[in-house]
Design a protein. Structure first.
Length: 908
């Protein structure tokens, strides 16, 4: 064999090798193709039978649904007209409402739907208001899912499963409901779907089912579970009346199985050969029908013979022919299927008018015809459904238009519109009540109006409604208070009038509640602001006069201290005077803080450092029976503030906490980063949204009642014994916090202690270092410079002039602006500095300084005053580059300021 193969030429080897390989490949491919095609055909046949059976099932289900739905809808709408008829009689006064409902109930319950069905009504709360069973009527069935669907939809068709006592299993029940709004009735017409089988006209779909064919002799048919033949191409009546035992046996098997796939042996009456037959079943429980599609397996497999012949021809043909034939055969199969898939895709988008051109009688052609039949029926069903939807839309639109006018007026009103009946019970309230009082309208319907009022106001509201009802008076401007759902109080103006029936009898009250809570809050805030502004103005004026007096005293004291020796017997008295002056200076500074006329120098400040710093001072003032606990945030952000003011706030709050615990206790200081959102600002109108730092100081002391809390920030208000407090501590805290654009809250109850929370805006930069001590020149002695002092207070003028003269300056004085102008013009060009009080009796000191600078641009200006607001200080320092020295000033601070200005070393 080997030698024989070696004798063949290379060309022969190639021909033999490739030829044998090609033949084996073709034969193997043919065998595989045979089995694959067989599998595909069988699968396609099964799918075809399944699709046909499912299509018939779907068609019957849809037919039953539409028939039952239309039948029940007609009954429901007819009974709704009956209900409306009696309602209109009630409206016209021919019947009472109870009589009208009793007549309607009798009519509704007298009707039988199907064999066991009936009519019942539920309301929007799920209560059965009309039902044939006395034990059911009046019960709440909101726990039933189909009742929930009824309440949600109120109109339309519904299918649900229901099991009566004694039934072995639940059965599908059909229901059509329509809504009668005046009585809040959902009128429901219901019965088992199986009871409407007589409504279905078999002739409507008989021809379509009999037209279906599978193979040469396959067909579809319908039986019921009792063996009655509904649709069949050859038989009628009952299978039990047919003489063929094989047919009866097969039919019994179908009736027993109901769904799925059955393969059985069957011999046609005119044939001698038994063949395999396949049938696919689908069961319609509502109708108790079995839909079947059947055909002979050998008829379905007939295309295999054609495939075998093709394989034989392909095996004998050349490679090129085989390739071409293969391509051609594959194209004859895949192209129609692809077209069919594309048409299905188009139909799936909703275009039911798409059709296929049928050009063959094979399976592809059959599929195309089935597709066309299926799409035709879908088109008819879609058109019918579209008409129903349009009719429903027109009904809904008519109902919507009838309700729109009232809804627009009531539901869009910013004020509460409310209807009361009889003794003040709510029958209607518009949705805005939820925004204003927190109650959903359904929570108030049927409730007494006074349930929203305070207990002490209830009788007043009862008298008001009695007045409107009995005297038939219209109320236009009644003011009252109602309680929000969260417990807060809301202020209202109530306008109301009586409503009458057709007999002229008062049956209720229609009213409008206008919320004026925000107006009341703003009025209260305005009164508080006006009160604080008045006291602030007084405090500023008092502080100004005090500072002038203290400046004179402090200056004279400093001169006396310099002249007194260490052993001078008056030194002790002078030191006592110095302590008193320091205390008085601190008091005036508090007054200026409160009046917000004290300028502040804000820098980034770290509250934790301020707490640590002030503790070193305050710990000496705190009794040992009081412990101090710190809870400081490690990641605390800085705030823009005046360091001294912040320490003043902390000290005042701690001293206040100490005084609240005479028997001892605990002070807790906390710091936190907080974010204020809109929900907080809605509850606290004085707050602002953004990033803030919160400082809280709490104690375990005696606490305060609500009335005391209202007044604690008022100037000179104190709960301490006489002589133990000025009443300015918390007022100063309040002024400082406001000046720093923050706010303060208090939480206190008698016996539970007090907590103050202070909120400061968060700074953008890092906390700065503590400011250095004022830099003073090494030598503060004058060098003969000429200085003009303009001061209307003779004591201050005398002190300043004497001090500057003693320290080497040449001094000129003036007690008024007029006198100052005379001195300036005489000495113009010689003066190095003018030292001017801002407040002069005949002119503003700042205007006078600007006049001097215009006349002599080289002259330096030092301004002074007992108080100065930020706006005026900015004008002095920033706009005019002048220096400012606040009263009361000491001898050293005055000399340092003068020397610094003349030497241009920094700010005074």
């Amino acid at each position: 064999m080997k030698s024989l193969f070696s004798m063949i030429s290379i060309r022969g080897k190639l021909l033999l090798g490739y030829g044998l390989a090609f033949i084996l490949t073709i034969v193997g491919a043919g065998v595989i193709t045979h089995y694959m095609v067989r599998s595909v055909i069988e699968s396609r046949i099964e799918d075809e039978l399944k699709v046909s059976t499912t299509a018939i099932y779907t068609m019957l289900e849809a037919t039953a649904d539409i028939t039952i739905k239309n039948h029940l809808r007609g009954i429901a709408q007819r009974n709704r007209d009956i209900v409306d008829f009696y309602y209109q009689r009630f409206r016209r006064g021919e019947l009472t409402e109870a009589e009208a409902k009793r007549n309607v109930r009798r009519i509704l319950l007298s009707q039988q739907i199907g064999k066991t069905g009936y009519i019942y009504c539920v309301n929007s709360e799920g209560v059965a208001v009309v039902h044939k069973s006395p034990g059911v009527e009046g019960s709440n069935f909101l726990y039933r899912s189909f009742v929930q669907d009824q309440i949600k939809r109120k109109e339309g068709y519904l299918i649900y499963d229901w099991q009566n006592p004694g039934d072995p299993e639940p059965r599908p029940k059909a229901l059509y409901m329509t809504y009668f709004e005046p009585w809040d009735w959902i009128i429901s017409v219901s019965s088992y779907r199986s009871e409407f089988i007589d409504l279905i006209n078999v002739e409507d779909f008989r021809e379509g089912i009999l037209d279906l064919r599978f193979g040469r002799t396959g067909y579809s048919y319908i039986l019921d579970v009792e063996g009655k033949i509904i649709v069949h191409p050859s038989y009628q009546g009952s299978i039990h009346d047919i003489g063929d035992e094989d047919l009866r046996s097969s039919a019994r098997k179908i009736i027993t199985q109901k769904t799925g796939r059955i393969v059985y042996d069957w011999r046609n009456p005119h044939e001698n050969v038994t063949r395999k037959k396949i049938v696919f079943l689908n069961y319609i429980p509502d109708l108790e029908w079995i839909v079947a599609s059947s055909g002979y397996l050998d008829e379905f497999n007939e295309p295999l013979l054609y495939i075998q012949n093709i394989i034989f021809v392909i095996t004998a043909a050349a490679t090129a022919v085989v390739l071409l034939m293969t391509l051609w055969i594959s194209s004859t199969i895949t192209s129609p299927l692809r077209r069919l898939m594309n048409h299905f895709s188009t139909g799936a988008t909703g275009d039911f008018t798409v059709r296929m051109d049928v050009s063959s009688n094979d399976e592809i052609g059959m599929l195309a015809r089935y597709f066309n039949t299926f799409m035709e029926k879908l088109h008819l069903y879609s058109s019918s459904l579209h008409d129903e939807v349009e009719e429903h839309k027109r009904s809904v639109e008519a109902l919507r238009e009838s309700e729109e006018r009232f809804r627009l007026l009531a539901e869009n009103s910013p004020d509460i519109i409310i209807s009361l009946v009889h003794e003040g019970f709510v029958s209607y309230v518009n949705p805005v009540v939820e925004t204003i009082l927190g109650y959903a309208p359904r929570e108030l319907i049927g409730q007494a109006f006074i349930s929203m009022a305070r207990r002490q106001d209830a009788r007043e509201y009862v008298r008001l409604f009695k007045k409107i009802r009995d005297r038939r008076e219209t109320v236009l401007d009644y003011t009252g208070v109602l309680v929000h759902k969260d417990g807060s109080l809301r202020h209202f103006i109530f306008c109301g009038a009586p409503t009458t029936d057709s007999q002229g009898q008062v049956v209720g009250i229609e009213g409008v509640l206008k919320d004026i809570t925000e107006r009341r809050v703003l009025e209260s805030q305005l009164q508080q602001v006006q009160k604080l502004e008045a006291v602030g103005a007084l405090a500023g004026g008092v502080a100004h006069d005090f500072n002038n007096i203290l400046t004179a005293i402090r200056g004279s004291l400093d001169l006396s201290l310099l002249s007194a020796g260490r052993n001078d017997p008056l030194l002790k008295n002078l030191r006592q005077i110095e302590n008193a002056v320091t205390k008085a200076t601190d008091l005036t500074r508090k007054l200026l803080f409160f009046s917000r006329r004290q300028p502040i120098d804000t820098v980034p400040v770290h509250l934790n450092k301020s707490v640590d710093s002030i503790l070193k001072i305050v710990e000496r003032l705190i009794d040992k029976n009081i412990s101090i606990m710190l809870d400081l945030a490690s990641d605390l952000q800085p705030v823009m503030a005046d360091t001294g003011n912040i320490e003043q706030v902390i000290m005042n709050l701690m001293i206040n906490a100490r005084d609240a615990m005479p028997e001892g206790g605990e002070i807790v200081i906390r710091t936190r980063n907080v974010t204020i959102d809109e929900s907080y600002t809605k509850a606290h109108s004085y707050a602002k949204t953004g990033e803030f730092v919160c400082l809280s100081v709490s104690d375990t002391g005696t606490g305060m009642d609500g009335e005391t809390v209202k007044h604690i920030f008022e100037p000179f208000f104190t709960t301490k014994d006489r002589g133990k407090g000025t009443g300015l501590g918390l007022a100063v805290v309040y002024g400082i916090v406001k000046q720093h654009k923050g706010w303060i809250t208090v939480d206190s109850r008698p016996g539970d202690g007090t907590e103050f929370r202070v909120y400061f805006p968060r700074a953008d930069g890092e906390a700065g270092r503590e400011p250095d001590m004022e830099r003073l020149p090494a030598d503060i002695l004058g060098k003969g410079e000429k200085i003009l002092i303009v001061e209307d207070d003779p004591d201050i003028l005398s002190f300043a002039a004497a001090a500057l003269k003693n320290w080497g300056y040449s001094v000129f004085t003036a007690a008024s602006a007029t006198e100052a102008c005379e001195v300036f013009h005489r000495r113009q060009g010689d003066l190095a500095l003018v030292f001017i009080d801002v407040v002069l009796p005949d002119r503003n000191g700042l205007d006078l300084a600007e006049e001097f600078v215009q006349a002599d641009p080289g002259i330096r200006v030092l301004m002074t005053s007992g108080y100065m607001d930020e706006k005026s200080l900015a004008r002095i320092v920033r706009e005019n580059s002048h220096r400012f020295l606040a009263k009361p000033y000491s001898l050293q601070s005055m000399l340092a300021a003068v020397r610094a200005i003349l030497d241009d070393l920094g700010e005074a």
